[in-house]
Design a protein around this ligand. Structure first.
Ligand code: AMP
Ligand code: GLY
Length: 430
Protein backbone atom coordinates (compact mmCIF):
# COMPACT_ATOMS: atom_id res chain seq x y z
CA UNK A 1 0.00 0.00 0.00
CA UNK A 2 0.99 3.66 -0.40
CA UNK A 3 0.99 5.65 2.81
CA UNK A 4 1.05 9.38 3.54
CA UNK A 5 2.22 10.41 7.02
CA UNK A 6 1.47 13.91 8.27
CA UNK A 7 3.65 15.67 10.85
CA UNK A 8 7.24 16.71 11.49
CA UNK A 9 8.26 15.77 15.02
CA UNK A 10 10.10 12.95 16.77
CA UNK A 11 6.80 11.08 17.03
CA UNK A 12 6.44 11.17 13.26
CA UNK A 13 10.05 10.13 12.71
CA UNK A 14 9.39 7.05 14.87
CA UNK A 15 6.16 6.34 12.94
CA UNK A 16 7.96 6.81 9.61
CA UNK A 17 10.75 4.47 10.70
CA UNK A 18 8.25 1.76 11.66
CA UNK A 19 6.04 2.30 8.59
CA UNK A 20 9.11 2.06 6.33
CA UNK A 21 9.85 -1.36 7.85
CA UNK A 22 6.30 -2.63 7.32
CA UNK A 23 6.17 -5.36 4.64
CA UNK A 24 2.79 -4.03 3.47
CA UNK A 25 4.16 -0.58 2.53
CA UNK A 26 5.10 0.07 -1.10
CA UNK A 27 5.68 3.83 -1.00
CA UNK A 28 5.84 6.08 2.02
CA UNK A 29 5.36 9.84 1.72
CA UNK A 30 5.56 12.35 4.56
CA UNK A 31 4.53 16.00 4.83
CA UNK A 32 6.13 18.22 5.87
CA UNK A 33 8.58 15.81 7.58
CA UNK A 34 12.09 16.63 8.81
CA UNK A 35 15.64 15.53 7.89
CA UNK A 36 15.28 12.29 9.88
CA UNK A 37 11.94 11.44 8.28
CA UNK A 38 13.54 12.18 4.88
CA UNK A 39 15.68 9.06 5.37
CA UNK A 40 12.56 6.90 5.65
CA UNK A 41 10.04 8.60 3.37
CA UNK A 42 9.68 10.81 0.33
CA UNK A 43 8.96 14.31 1.65
CA UNK A 44 6.21 16.34 0.04
CA UNK A 45 5.23 19.96 0.64
CA UNK A 46 1.66 19.74 1.85
CA UNK A 47 -0.17 21.94 4.34
CA UNK A 48 -2.41 19.80 6.58
CA UNK A 49 -4.82 22.71 7.04
CA UNK A 50 -5.51 22.66 3.27
CA UNK A 51 -7.79 19.61 3.18
CA UNK A 52 -8.43 19.89 -0.56
CA UNK A 53 -4.70 19.83 -1.30
CA UNK A 54 -4.16 16.76 0.90
CA UNK A 55 -7.06 14.96 -0.82
CA UNK A 56 -5.76 15.92 -4.28
CA UNK A 57 -2.30 14.55 -3.40
CA UNK A 58 -3.83 11.30 -2.15
CA UNK A 59 -5.91 10.88 -5.29
CA UNK A 60 -2.99 11.73 -7.55
CA UNK A 61 -0.63 9.29 -5.83
CA UNK A 62 -2.95 6.35 -5.11
CA UNK A 63 -2.64 6.77 -1.35
CA UNK A 64 -4.26 3.89 0.53
CA UNK A 65 -3.81 5.23 4.05
CA UNK A 66 -3.17 8.63 5.64
CA UNK A 67 -1.59 8.60 9.11
CA UNK A 68 -2.25 11.85 10.96
CA UNK A 69 0.44 12.33 13.64
CA UNK A 70 -0.40 15.49 15.62
CA UNK A 71 -3.62 16.60 17.32
CA UNK A 72 -4.24 19.92 15.54
CA UNK A 73 -5.27 18.47 12.12
CA UNK A 74 -7.46 15.90 13.90
CA UNK A 75 -9.28 18.51 15.96
CA UNK A 76 -9.56 20.47 12.70
CA UNK A 77 -11.46 17.57 11.05
CA UNK A 78 -8.89 16.39 8.50
CA UNK A 79 -9.84 12.73 9.09
CA UNK A 80 -13.50 13.60 8.29
CA UNK A 81 -12.52 15.32 5.04
CA UNK A 82 -10.37 12.36 3.98
CA UNK A 83 -13.07 9.79 4.82
CA UNK A 84 -15.66 11.84 2.95
CA UNK A 85 -13.36 11.56 -0.08
CA UNK A 86 -13.12 7.77 0.40
CA UNK A 87 -9.52 7.85 1.70
CA UNK A 88 -8.83 5.73 4.82
CA UNK A 89 -7.29 7.80 7.61
CA UNK A 90 -5.73 6.72 10.89
CA UNK A 91 -7.03 9.14 13.49
CA UNK A 92 -10.34 10.24 14.98
CA UNK A 93 -13.01 12.48 13.48
CA UNK A 94 -13.36 16.08 14.60
CA UNK A 95 -16.22 15.09 16.94
CA UNK A 96 -14.23 12.24 18.50
CA UNK A 97 -11.05 14.34 18.77
CA UNK A 98 -12.91 16.51 21.27
CA UNK A 99 -11.56 14.02 23.82
CA UNK A 100 -8.34 16.01 23.48
CA UNK A 101 -9.70 19.24 22.02
CA UNK A 102 -11.97 20.05 24.95
CA UNK A 103 -11.11 19.18 28.54
CA UNK A 104 -14.70 20.02 29.58
CA UNK A 105 -16.10 17.61 26.95
CA UNK A 106 -13.98 14.78 28.37
CA UNK A 107 -14.93 15.57 31.96
CA UNK A 108 -18.64 15.55 31.06
CA UNK A 109 -18.19 12.23 29.24
CA UNK A 110 -16.49 10.76 32.33
CA UNK A 111 -19.41 11.93 34.43
CA UNK A 112 -21.98 10.37 32.05
CA UNK A 113 -20.08 7.07 31.73
CA UNK A 114 -19.04 6.85 35.37
CA UNK A 115 -15.31 6.88 34.50
CA UNK A 116 -12.97 7.54 37.46
CA UNK A 117 -11.45 11.04 37.27
CA UNK A 118 -11.02 14.07 39.53
CA UNK A 119 -14.02 16.24 40.49
CA UNK A 120 -14.41 19.35 38.29
CA UNK A 121 -16.35 22.47 37.41
CA UNK A 122 -16.50 24.05 33.92
CA UNK A 123 -16.38 27.84 34.04
CA UNK A 124 -16.91 30.48 31.34
CA UNK A 125 -16.03 33.69 33.20
CA UNK A 126 -13.68 34.83 35.93
CA UNK A 127 -16.67 35.36 38.25
CA UNK A 128 -17.87 31.81 37.75
CA UNK A 129 -14.32 30.52 38.21
CA UNK A 130 -13.86 32.49 41.45
CA UNK A 131 -17.06 31.00 42.85
CA UNK A 132 -16.02 27.49 41.79
CA UNK A 133 -12.60 27.81 43.45
CA UNK A 134 -14.27 27.82 46.87
CA UNK A 135 -15.35 24.20 46.29
CA UNK A 136 -11.71 23.07 46.04
CA UNK A 137 -8.63 23.12 48.23
CA UNK A 138 -5.02 23.87 47.29
CA UNK A 139 -3.26 22.94 45.10
CA UNK A 140 -5.75 24.24 42.52
CA UNK A 141 -5.73 22.65 39.07
CA UNK A 142 -6.80 25.07 36.32
CA UNK A 143 -7.04 24.02 32.68
CA UNK A 144 -7.73 26.04 29.56
CA UNK A 145 -10.46 24.04 27.82
CA UNK A 146 -8.97 23.92 24.32
CA UNK A 147 -5.69 22.91 22.70
CA UNK A 148 -2.76 24.82 24.18
CA UNK A 149 0.29 22.81 23.04
CA UNK A 150 0.66 21.21 26.47
CA UNK A 151 0.86 24.60 28.19
CA UNK A 152 -2.79 25.02 29.20
CA UNK A 153 -2.53 23.52 32.69
CA UNK A 154 -1.70 25.55 35.79
CA UNK A 155 -1.27 24.01 39.23
CA UNK A 156 -1.64 26.90 41.70
CA UNK A 157 -0.42 26.49 45.26
CA UNK A 158 -2.62 29.27 46.69
CA UNK A 159 -5.86 31.12 45.97
CA UNK A 160 -3.78 34.20 45.05
CA UNK A 161 -1.80 32.25 42.44
CA UNK A 162 -5.02 30.70 41.14
CA UNK A 163 -6.55 34.18 40.74
CA UNK A 164 -3.53 35.38 38.75
CA UNK A 165 -3.66 32.33 36.48
CA UNK A 166 -7.42 32.70 35.94
CA UNK A 167 -7.02 36.37 35.04
CA UNK A 168 -4.39 35.35 32.47
CA UNK A 169 -6.53 32.54 31.04
CA UNK A 170 -9.72 34.56 30.72
CA UNK A 171 -7.66 37.58 29.64
CA UNK A 172 -6.61 35.74 26.47
CA UNK A 173 -3.24 34.39 27.66
CA UNK A 174 -4.08 31.06 26.03
CA UNK A 175 -6.03 32.51 23.13
CA UNK A 176 -9.29 30.79 22.19
CA UNK A 177 -8.30 27.75 24.29
CA UNK A 178 -8.93 29.80 27.47
CA UNK A 179 -12.47 30.97 26.68
CA UNK A 180 -13.53 28.23 29.09
CA UNK A 181 -11.53 27.04 32.10
CA UNK A 182 -11.98 23.71 33.85
CA UNK A 183 -11.18 23.69 37.58
CA UNK A 184 -10.25 20.26 38.85
CA UNK A 185 -9.62 18.32 41.99
CA UNK A 186 -5.87 17.71 42.52
CA UNK A 187 -5.10 14.00 42.26
CA UNK A 188 -2.29 12.41 44.27
CA UNK A 189 -0.21 9.50 43.00
CA UNK A 190 2.19 8.46 40.27
CA UNK A 191 1.44 9.30 36.65
CA UNK A 192 1.54 6.78 33.82
CA UNK A 193 0.38 6.61 30.22
CA UNK A 194 -1.77 3.92 28.67
CA UNK A 195 -2.37 3.52 24.94
CA UNK A 196 -5.21 1.75 23.16
CA UNK A 197 -6.09 1.32 19.50
CA UNK A 198 -9.74 1.24 18.55
CA UNK A 199 -11.81 1.30 15.37
CA UNK A 200 -14.82 2.50 17.33
CA UNK A 201 -15.95 -0.96 18.43
CA UNK A 202 -12.98 -3.29 18.86
CA UNK A 203 -10.37 -2.06 21.34
CA UNK A 204 -6.86 -3.42 21.89
CA UNK A 205 -4.33 -2.26 24.50
CA UNK A 206 -1.23 -0.80 22.80
CA UNK A 207 1.38 -0.50 25.51
CA UNK A 208 2.28 1.62 28.51
CA UNK A 209 4.86 4.33 29.17
CA UNK A 210 5.97 6.95 31.64
CA UNK A 211 7.38 10.31 30.64
CA UNK A 212 9.14 13.18 32.34
CA UNK A 213 7.21 16.39 31.70
CA UNK A 214 9.34 18.81 33.69
CA UNK A 215 12.48 20.38 32.25
CA UNK A 216 14.72 19.90 35.30
CA UNK A 217 16.32 16.88 36.90
CA UNK A 218 14.37 15.27 39.72
CA UNK A 219 11.17 16.39 37.88
CA UNK A 220 11.51 20.08 38.73
CA UNK A 221 10.92 23.33 36.85
CA UNK A 222 8.44 24.27 34.14
CA UNK A 223 6.44 21.71 32.16
CA UNK A 224 7.54 20.74 28.66
CA UNK A 225 6.13 18.45 25.98
CA UNK A 226 8.24 15.70 27.57
CA UNK A 227 12.00 15.38 28.21
CA UNK A 228 12.18 11.60 28.02
CA UNK A 229 10.12 8.43 28.38
CA UNK A 230 10.31 4.71 28.74
CA UNK A 231 8.08 1.75 27.92
CA UNK A 232 6.74 -0.43 29.39
CA UNK A 233 5.83 1.30 32.66
CA UNK A 234 6.17 -1.41 35.33
CA UNK A 235 3.92 0.60 37.70
CA UNK A 236 1.05 -0.28 35.38
CA UNK A 237 0.87 -3.94 36.40
CA UNK A 238 -1.28 -6.31 34.34
CA UNK A 239 -3.98 -6.01 37.00
CA UNK A 240 -3.98 -2.22 36.73
CA UNK A 241 -3.98 -2.38 32.92
CA UNK A 242 -7.03 -4.63 33.03
CA UNK A 243 -8.76 -2.11 35.31
CA UNK A 244 -7.84 0.77 32.99
CA UNK A 245 -9.34 -1.11 30.03
CA UNK A 246 -12.51 -2.04 31.95
CA UNK A 247 -13.10 1.17 33.93
CA UNK A 248 -11.74 3.88 31.61
CA UNK A 249 -11.00 2.86 28.00
CA UNK A 250 -13.95 0.58 27.16
CA UNK A 251 -16.62 2.81 28.70
CA UNK A 252 -15.15 5.74 26.74
CA UNK A 253 -15.17 3.89 23.41
CA UNK A 254 -18.66 2.47 24.05
CA UNK A 255 -20.11 5.83 25.07
CA UNK A 256 -18.56 7.65 22.10
CA UNK A 257 -20.05 5.06 19.73
CA UNK A 258 -23.45 5.08 21.46
CA UNK A 259 -23.55 8.87 21.19
CA UNK A 260 -22.80 8.89 17.47
CA UNK A 261 -19.14 9.94 17.68
CA UNK A 262 -17.29 6.62 17.24
CA UNK A 263 -13.62 7.03 18.15
CA UNK A 264 -11.13 5.59 15.69
CA UNK A 265 -7.35 5.72 16.05
CA UNK A 266 -5.05 5.70 19.05
CA UNK A 267 -6.49 6.75 22.39
CA UNK A 268 -3.82 7.90 24.81
CA UNK A 269 -4.90 8.06 28.45
CA UNK A 270 -2.86 10.12 30.91
CA UNK A 271 -3.52 8.43 34.26
CA UNK A 272 -2.96 9.12 37.93
CA UNK A 273 -2.47 5.93 39.93
CA UNK A 274 -4.25 7.01 43.10
CA UNK A 275 -4.82 5.11 46.34
CA UNK A 276 -8.35 4.36 45.03
CA UNK A 277 -7.10 3.07 41.68
CA UNK A 278 -6.29 4.56 38.27
CA UNK A 279 -8.04 7.83 37.45
CA UNK A 280 -8.08 9.66 34.14
CA UNK A 281 -6.15 12.96 34.06
CA UNK A 282 -6.65 13.59 30.37
CA UNK A 283 -7.07 12.02 26.97
CA UNK A 284 -4.99 12.67 23.88
CA UNK A 285 -6.26 11.71 20.43
CA UNK A 286 -2.81 10.79 19.04
CA UNK A 287 0.39 9.07 20.11
CA UNK A 288 2.45 10.77 22.82
CA UNK A 289 5.66 12.52 21.91
CA UNK A 290 8.17 11.11 23.00
CA UNK A 291 6.12 8.08 24.18
CA UNK A 292 5.56 7.02 20.57
CA UNK A 293 9.31 6.70 20.06
CA UNK A 294 9.63 4.09 22.82
CA UNK A 295 6.46 2.26 21.75
CA UNK A 296 7.72 2.01 18.15
CA UNK A 297 11.10 0.67 19.29
CA UNK A 298 9.23 -2.23 20.92
CA UNK A 299 6.38 -2.77 18.43
CA UNK A 300 6.89 -5.83 16.27
CA UNK A 301 3.86 -5.87 13.98
CA UNK A 302 3.17 -4.40 10.54
CA UNK A 303 2.20 -0.88 11.62
CA UNK A 304 0.62 0.10 8.29
CA UNK A 305 -1.55 -3.01 8.19
CA UNK A 306 -2.71 -2.44 11.77
CA UNK A 307 -3.48 1.23 11.08
CA UNK A 308 -5.33 0.45 7.85
CA UNK A 309 -7.49 -2.19 9.53
CA UNK A 310 -8.26 0.35 12.26
CA UNK A 311 -9.13 3.03 9.70
CA UNK A 312 -11.46 0.61 7.88
CA UNK A 313 -13.26 -0.49 11.05
CA UNK A 314 -11.81 -3.98 10.77
CA UNK A 315 -9.40 -4.00 13.70
CA UNK A 316 -8.29 -7.46 14.78
CA UNK A 317 -8.77 -8.44 18.45
CA UNK A 318 -5.34 -10.15 18.49
CA UNK A 319 -3.10 -8.41 21.01
CA UNK A 320 -0.26 -6.50 19.27
CA UNK A 321 3.26 -7.92 19.58
CA UNK A 322 5.78 -5.89 21.58
CA UNK A 323 9.34 -6.80 22.50
CA UNK A 324 9.42 -7.54 26.25
CA UNK A 325 12.52 -5.34 26.65
CA UNK A 326 12.42 -1.75 27.86
CA UNK A 327 12.89 1.12 25.45
CA UNK A 328 14.02 4.48 26.84
CA UNK A 329 14.37 7.80 25.06
CA UNK A 330 16.21 10.94 26.12
CA UNK A 331 15.20 14.26 24.58
CA UNK A 332 17.97 16.64 23.55
CA UNK A 333 16.44 20.11 23.55
CA UNK A 334 17.83 23.46 22.42
CA UNK A 335 18.99 25.76 25.21
CA UNK A 336 16.14 28.05 26.25
CA UNK A 337 13.42 25.38 25.92
CA UNK A 338 10.59 25.40 27.08
CA UNK A 339 10.94 29.19 26.75
CA UNK A 340 12.49 30.50 23.53
CA UNK A 341 14.85 27.84 22.17
CA UNK A 342 18.12 28.80 20.52
CA UNK A 343 17.83 28.08 16.79
CA UNK A 344 20.50 27.13 14.29
CA UNK A 345 23.00 25.34 16.58
CA UNK A 346 25.02 22.74 14.67
CA UNK A 347 24.51 19.05 15.38
CA UNK A 348 27.05 16.37 14.50
CA UNK A 349 25.55 12.93 14.96
CA UNK A 350 28.76 11.09 14.11
CA UNK A 351 28.41 7.41 14.94
CA UNK A 352 24.76 8.06 15.83
CA UNK A 353 23.69 9.23 12.39
CA UNK A 354 20.67 7.25 11.23
CA UNK A 355 21.66 4.06 9.53
CA UNK A 356 24.89 3.65 11.47
CA UNK A 357 23.07 3.04 14.71
CA UNK A 358 25.32 3.28 17.72
CA UNK A 359 25.13 0.20 19.88
CA UNK A 360 21.54 -0.44 18.79
CA UNK A 361 20.47 3.07 19.76
CA UNK A 362 18.31 5.04 17.37
CA UNK A 363 18.25 8.82 17.07
CA UNK A 364 14.87 10.21 16.09
CA UNK A 365 14.79 13.76 14.73
CA UNK A 366 12.28 16.22 16.18
CA UNK A 367 13.17 19.91 15.63
CA UNK A 368 16.02 19.61 13.11
CA UNK A 369 16.67 21.18 9.73
CA UNK A 370 19.36 21.06 7.05
CA UNK A 371 21.17 24.34 6.48
CA UNK A 372 23.95 24.62 3.90
CA UNK A 373 24.42 20.86 4.05
CA UNK A 374 24.68 20.76 7.86
CA UNK A 375 22.20 19.48 10.42
CA UNK A 376 21.02 22.28 12.73
CA UNK A 377 18.57 22.74 15.61
CA UNK A 378 15.23 24.11 14.49
CA UNK A 379 12.88 23.81 17.45
CA UNK A 380 12.57 23.23 21.18
CA UNK A 381 12.90 19.48 21.34
CA UNK A 382 15.54 18.56 18.77
CA UNK A 383 16.57 14.88 19.04
CA UNK A 384 15.28 11.77 20.80
CA UNK A 385 18.06 9.32 21.57
CA UNK A 386 16.39 5.96 22.05
CA UNK A 387 17.74 2.57 23.14
CA UNK A 388 16.54 -0.83 24.29
CA UNK A 389 17.69 -2.91 27.25
CA UNK A 390 16.65 -5.78 29.48
CA UNK A 391 15.76 -3.24 32.23
CA UNK A 392 15.20 0.50 32.51
CA UNK A 393 18.69 0.76 34.00
CA UNK A 394 20.25 -0.96 30.98
CA UNK A 395 18.21 0.91 28.39
CA UNK A 396 19.12 4.16 30.13
CA UNK A 397 22.85 3.35 30.09
CA UNK A 398 22.72 2.58 26.36
CA UNK A 399 20.74 5.69 25.51
CA UNK A 400 23.15 8.03 27.32
CA UNK A 401 26.16 6.19 25.87
CA UNK A 402 24.85 7.02 22.39
CA UNK A 403 23.82 10.54 23.38
CA UNK A 404 27.31 11.33 24.64
CA UNK A 405 28.68 10.71 21.14
CA UNK A 406 26.51 13.47 19.70
CA UNK A 407 28.04 16.89 19.30
CA UNK A 408 25.32 19.50 19.92
CA UNK A 409 26.84 22.45 21.79
CA UNK A 410 23.64 24.51 21.99
CA UNK A 411 21.63 21.55 23.26
CA UNK A 412 20.91 20.11 26.69
CA UNK A 413 19.20 17.09 28.18
CA UNK A 414 18.17 15.68 31.53
CA UNK A 415 20.61 13.04 32.79
CA UNK A 416 18.06 11.25 34.98
CA UNK A 417 15.41 9.90 32.59
CA UNK A 418 13.85 6.82 34.16
CA UNK A 419 15.10 7.68 37.67
CA UNK A 420 12.05 6.41 39.57
CA UNK A 421 12.22 3.02 37.90
CA UNK A 422 16.02 2.85 38.13
CA UNK A 423 15.68 3.39 41.90
CA UNK A 424 13.04 0.65 42.14
CA UNK A 425 15.19 -1.73 40.12
CA UNK A 426 18.14 -1.02 42.43
CA UNK A 427 15.93 -1.63 45.49
CA UNK A 428 14.64 -4.89 44.00
CA UNK A 429 18.19 -6.04 43.33
CA UNK A 430 18.78 -5.54 47.06
P1 AMP B 1 -2.29 17.62 31.20
O1 AMP B 1 -1.86 18.58 30.13
O2 AMP B 1 -3.76 17.56 31.45
O3 AMP B 1 -1.62 16.26 31.06
O4 AMP B 1 -1.66 18.18 32.54
C1 AMP B 1 -0.28 18.43 32.63
C2 AMP B 1 0.22 17.87 33.93
O5 AMP B 1 -0.42 18.53 35.02
C3 AMP B 1 -0.11 16.41 34.13
O6 AMP B 1 0.82 15.58 33.50
C4 AMP B 1 -0.07 16.29 35.63
O7 AMP B 1 1.27 16.21 36.09
C5 AMP B 1 -0.62 17.61 36.08
N1 AMP B 1 -2.06 17.48 36.35
C6 AMP B 1 -3.08 17.69 35.49
N2 AMP B 1 -4.27 17.47 36.09
C7 AMP B 1 -4.00 17.11 37.35
C8 AMP B 1 -4.81 16.76 38.48
N3 AMP B 1 -6.14 16.77 38.42
N4 AMP B 1 -4.19 16.44 39.63
C9 AMP B 1 -2.83 16.45 39.72
N5 AMP B 1 -2.01 16.79 38.71
C10 AMP B 1 -2.59 17.11 37.52
N1 GLY C 1 4.50 13.62 26.10
C1 GLY C 1 3.19 14.06 26.35
C2 GLY C 1 2.32 14.22 25.19
O1 GLY C 1 2.63 13.83 24.08
O2 GLY C 1 1.23 14.75 25.36
Amino acid sequence: MNVLLLGSGGREHALAWKLAQAPSVTRLYAAPGNPGIAEEAELVALDATDHAAVIAFCQGNSIDLVVIGPEAPLVDGLADSLRAAGIPAFGPSRAAAQLEGSKGFTKDLCARANIPTGGYVRTRSIEEADRALTQFTAPYVLKADGLAAGKGVVIAESIEQAEIALADMFGGGFGEAGAEVVIEEFLHGEEASFFAITDGTTVIPFGTAQDHKQVGEGDTGPNTGGMGAYSPAPVLTQELQDRVMAEIIRPTVDTMRAEGMPYSGVLYAGLMLTAEGPKLIEYNCRFGDPECQVLMMRYQGDLAEMMLSCAKGELDETPPAFAPDTALTVVMAAKGYPGTPEKGGTIVLGACSSGAEANGAKVFHAGTAMKDGALVANGGRVLNVTAMGASVTQAKAKAYEALDRIDFATGFCRRDIGWKEVAREAADAG
